[in-house]
Design a protein around this ligand. Structure first.
Ligand SMILES: *[C@@H]1O[C@H](CO)[C@@H](O)[C@H](O)[C@H]1NC(C)=O
Ligand SMILES: *[C@@H]1O[C@H](CO)[C@@H](O)[C@H](O)[C@H]1NC(C)=O
Ligand SMILES: *[C@@H]1O[C@H](CO)[C@@H](O)[C@H](O)[C@H]1NC(C)=O
Length: 263
């Protein structure tokens, strides 16, 4: 263990103590993401304590009457560009799809704050073909961590706005986020909330429970109602060994393989 690693542990231990003492003051989850500092919390039960205290959700900032939450921080620039698995959703339609993955990338590599390639992929029951769904999402110029999505090809009239409600590391130290999306009428998608994880087995139960409990106490009736309808996505390992789908060519951008599958 090098000196800096040792110091990390000391810092982590001190941070942990102050976290416990400071309860229930909001705890920032800046340690998650690129800096990876949370990895220095050992043993795992400390991670769990940290994550439980750290779950910090906002209501969609675009909702009427929602005041910006001073203690809420958006994900760092570029943090969302990861291989995500949808593990919990309020969208009963999406829940019937299998092994739903989301692989966002910047449209322009040098501009991680610009438009993103919004590329989802999934299987359907009884069929191991992997389907893709593509659109472009543009960061909203008024609200932080809010993206305005529009599909391409047969989904060209499908629009939706999604807002990051929370993000961080779960009790296993694995990154997750929670987002709200408005309804997309053209693809028959209702407004809802999704939870995504870097592992397809999802979040530890305590962190999931905490997220759902916070949403059930939202000041927004819409969010409270959505929080009653969560179901686990089907993640049955059917895409193991197949590799992630991270690129969408012109054919893929037509979204035409989705005819008869969604909507
Ligand atoms: C799976 O879906 C693809 C694309 O729609 C189709 O061509 C194929 O026949 C389906 N396979 C089965 C076993 O249903
Ligand atoms: C940003 O969000 C607001 C509120 O939903 C919306 O009215 C506006 O059109 C969005 N901006 C863009 C550029 O889509
Ligand atoms: C999208 O809407 C426009 C205007 O209503 C319509 O002309 C076009 O056919 C629609 N596209 C699709 C793929 O449905």
């Amino acid at each position: 263990m090098g000196v800096s690693r040792f110091l990390d542990r000391v810092v982590a231990a001190v941070a942990l103590v102050s976290v416990v003492v400071a309860r229930p003051a909001p705890v920032q989850v800046d340690g998650c993401g690129p800096s990876g500092k949370v990895e220095t919390f050992e043993p795992p039960k400390h991670l769990l304590i940290f994550s439980l205290l750290a779950v910090k959700l906002r209501d969609p900032p675009t909702f009427p009457g929602v005041n910006p939450s001073p203690s809420w921080t958006p994900p760092p620039i570029g943090w969302i560009f990861k291989p995500w698995n949808q593990v919990l959703t309020s969208n009963s339609q999406a829940a019937q799809l299998r092994n739903f993955q989301w692989d966002p990338t910047p449209v322009t590599d040098s501009d991680p704050t610009g438009p993103i390639n919004d590329l989802s992929s999934f299987q359907i029951p009884g069929n191991d073909t992997v389907f893709t769904s593509y659109g472009v999402a543009i960061p909203n110029d008024t609200y932080v961590a809010v993206l305005d999505y529009r599909g391409t090809g047969i989904l060209e009239n499908a629009t939706s706005q999604y807002s990051w409600l929370g993000w961080g590391c779960d009790g296993n130290g694995i990154e997750y986020y929670v987002s709200y999306s408005t309804a997309a009428e053209a693809s028959g998608t209702p407004a809802g909330i999704d939870v995504m994880s870097l592992v397809d087995t999802g979040l530890d139960q305590a962190t999931t429970d905490r997220i759902v409990a916070i949403l059930k106490q939202s000041e927004s009736e819409e969010i409270r109602n959505i929080a009653e309808t969560f179901v686990e996505n089907i993640q049955d390992g059917g895409r193991q060994g197949l590799g992630r789908i991270t690129e969408c060519d012109d054919e893929c951008k037509t979204n035409k393989d989705l005819i008869g599958i969604i909507g």
